[in-house]
Design a protein. Structure first.
Length: 85
């Protein structure tokens, strides 16, 4: 008779990432994970995205080739000085 519409009651879950800015979210904000007890990942989608982005940035960091830039500038100065005389 008094059946609750469970679709309207959102189950909340706490993100286990201690760096999470907003750890308590609806379970729909957690990616599905069959290995987990409740069927959802311990980390929210935002934390997964941040983690992936951080790793990607680390892997693609390229050291700026400052030596070549400095050499080119010195060469340009030498050439300019030479033509002035
Ligand atoms: Zn999180």
């Amino acid at each position: 008779m008094n059946e609750l519409n469970t679709n309207e009651v959102q189950q909340m879950k706490r993100c286990s990432n201690k760096n999470c800015k907003d750890p308590v979210k609806p379970i729909t904000e957690f990616p599905k994970n069959k290995a987990s007890k409740d069927g959802h990942s311990h980390w929210c989608k935002q934390c997964h995205a941040d983690y992936r982005r951080a790793r990607h940035v680390k892997m693609t960091v390229v050291e700026p080739d400052t030596d070549n830039v400095e050499m080119a500038e010195v060469e340009a100065e030498v050439l300019t000085a030479g033509t002035l005389d």
